[in-house]
Design a protein. Structure first.
Length: 246
């Protein structure tokens, strides 16, 4: 597949818990659902800051994304970049998590990668054999975390270049449809439960061997749980997850 870079300069979606247009009737939120507010990282405006302060910050983050060498970013994971798409969106969940105005326009980066190299496979095999994202652990790990999923694939969550990522590599045959979602969870959590929605990716199709990722600027240090939701006859079903303190 030839590499494709797409940059959307206008808001493409208004997202939020009140407008779940992805058929999530079959996607309940597991308790505990509430996540305590975390302090924003240095450089991120304080919650409740004036709209123009947030808009200036968002514009700087957008410019940084456009200037990023995404080929080099993929190479750090042993992957080869195939597509990158930078989209503006109004994501109410993301905005509220950092105390920004609901209507703030920010950006999301979606990647398609070939992660079939030995280095990539080694980095994605950090989970125990046969593990799934729903298996309880004593505490969240730090840094990159990957887990085998119920569906044939590997889910990962990690941070890179000031961003939080969730990815899923499909290891089955044919193709499947679904989307990625990242939840904020307690930094002291013992499992990859579904907490407060932080970022939702687009409905997409995975072909065999394909890795898709979604990412957004990291604004707090907390637990993040990345899930792959597979399209089924009615709605979506949770196919597995990975989680980490990032």
């Amino acid at each position: 597949m030839s590499r494709r870079r797409t940059v959307h300069r206008h808001a493409v979606a208004i997202l939020g818990t009140a407008a779940l247009a992805l058929g999530l009737a079959a996607a309940p939120t597991s308790a505990p659902a509430a996540v305590a507010a975390d302090e924003n990282l240095p450089g991120v405006p304080e919650p409740g800051s004036p709209a123009d302060v947030w808009e200036s910050w968002a514009a700087e983050e957008r410019a940084e994304a456009e200037a990023t060498d995404w080929d080099a970013d993929a190479a750090t994971r042993g992957c080869e970049l195939q597509e990158v798409e930078i989209s503006d969106e109004v994501d109410v969940d993301y905005n509220r998590a950092m105390g920004a105005p609901d209507d703030l326009s920010t950006h999301r980066v979606d990647l398609v990668e070939d992660c079939s190299s030995a280095k990539a496979e080694r980095l994605m095999s950090s989970a125990e054999d046969g593990a799934t994202g729903d298996v309880s652990t004593t505490a969240l790990s730090r840094g990159t975390s990957c887990s085998s999923t119920h569906g044939p694939g590997t889910a990962c969550v990690y941070k890179s270049g000031g961003r939080v990522y969730a990815s899923w590599k499909y290891r089955g045959s044919g193709s499947v449809k679904g989307f990625l979602r990242i939840y904020r969870i307690s930094a002291s959590a013992s499992s990859c439960y579904r907490g407060s929605t932080w970022l939702t990716g687009p409905n997409s199709t995975w072909s065999s061997g394909m890795t898709r990722s979604i990412s957004k600027t990291k604004t707090t240090t907390t637990g993040y749980s990345g899930h792959i939701w597979k399209k089924v006859a009615i709605g979506h079903t949770d196919w597995g997850s990975a989680c980490s303190r990032l």
